[in-house]
Design a protein. Structure first.
Length: 379
């Protein structure tokens, strides 16, 4: 991390974990309640929707139809919105022939809209990193405050960081800042350093980036870069492994993305051998839930599907962290003659973070074959 971003005296540059333990418990609770992570609370439902994300957006900006995404501006933060993330997953194959998966996510959550100088910043940051093998799932978590250089994002040149974890743009001048990035993170017994190069365009989700999340009309701004080719190395319990693979970056921000009765979600990013992609999710409620999907052709053209076009059916449940979690699924999109089964690489890919959830790589078989990632919250 560039030390010039961190203006505190050296004596105050203590590890984030030490700062976190020094914070009063009631403030910790307030911070965690405000953080949007693609994560799940242990309780299955809250009066204001999953993780409080159906709470009123009063005072914050909200997505509106008819506006347009703008790049490179929208690669950067949107402090007038309450919640936002830079979320990357990658499926990898090692020189040892084994399959791996990694996750790198930076979340921003606002106590109030806008930015401020130094410790007056209302912006809070949370980082998650994970590495999954067929036998193990490694997890690490970081906390940060805005305004002091500890965590943040710049749009161009692109950089996202929390402490020494970083996603740094390496694109040539004139290219999209996200077209090439270096990625690094580490935790107890694992780490990775990867180079990602986009072989396709940015993809808006939903209606030109306006992604509807419920029949009541809650929405977010949402786009992806699902065409990264990956090279680099991972470290697993002290052993370095050279890897290659594919990666998918999601960018999303909102202030009230869920309805009050939505208790969690099941999100799929599927990368098929023929080059096509599928993003799909189901938001669970007291009924059949709300589903949405975007079919992405091999050359990057998005085709948003109408609500309900995607069907997802749990096939097998595993006991993970003391709860039943569906780890194998049937995914159907009849409009594209898609009928596949997805299976977890590791049933126990549980993110044992402050707000826990399931996140891990999957294999795809059936009408299409490939690999991807699955995230499940609220179980």
């Amino acid at each position: 991390m560039n030390a010039s971003r961190f203006p505190l005296p050296a004596a105050l540059r203590v590890p984030v974990a030490h700062l976190w333990r020094a914070v009063a418990p009631d403030f910790r609770h307030r911070l965690l309640a405000c953080l949007l992570a693609a994560c799940a609370l242990a309780t299955p439902a809250l009066p204001q929707g999953f993780a409080g994300l159906g709470a009123t957006a009063e005072g914050f900006a909200v997505p509106r139809r008819g506006e347009e995404l703008q790049f490179p501006r929208d690669h950067g933060p949107h402090p007038d919105y309450r919640i936002e993330w830079w979320y990357l997953t990658s499926v990898l194959t090692g020189e040892d022939g084994r399959e791996y998966g990694i996750q790198w996510t930076l979340f921003r959550s606002a106590l109030a809209p806008g930015e401020g100088e130094g410790w007056q910043s209302p912006q809070l940051w949370l980082g998650h990193a994970a590495l999954t093998t067929p036998e193990r799932h490694f997890v690490a978590e970081r906390f940060g405050r805005g305004g002091i250089g500890q965590a943040g994002v710049t749009a161009s040149p692109f950089e996202a960081w929390i402490d020494d974890w970083h996603m740094t743009g390496t694109a040539a001048p004139g290219a999209d800042p996200l077209s090439a990035v270096d990625l690094a993170a580490s935790g107890a017994d694992f780490g990775y350093a990867l180079r990602l190069t986009a072989e396709g365009p940015l993809v808006p989700q939903g209606e030109s980036g306006y992604s509807v999340k419920s029949a009541a009309g809650q929405a977010s701004w949402y786009y992806s870069q699902p065409f990264y080719e990956v090279t680099g190395s991972i470290e697993v319990e002290g052993q370095a492994v050279e890897v290659t693979g594919r990666a998918w970056l999601d960018r999303e921000w909102s202030s009230q993305p869920l309805a009050a009765d939505q208790t969690g979600w099941d999100w799929f990013s599927l990368m098929f051998r023929d080059g096509a992609r599928l993003m799909g999710f189901r938001l669970r409620d007291g009924g059949e839930g709300y589903t949405s999907a975007t079919w992405i052709s091999a050359d990057g053209r998005p085709e948003p599907m109408p609500p309900g076009a995607l069907r997802v059916t749990p096939l097998r449940e595993a006991q993970v962290a003391g709860r039943g979690v569906p780890v194998d699924w049937r995914v159907e999109l009849p409009a594209k003659r898609l009928d596949v089964q997805v299976e977890a690489l590791n049933d126990a890919a549980w993110m044992a973070t402050s707000v826990p959830y399931w996140e891990g790589p999957i294999t795809i078989s059936g009408s299409h074959e490939g690999r991807g990632y699955l995230e499940m919250t609220g179980y």
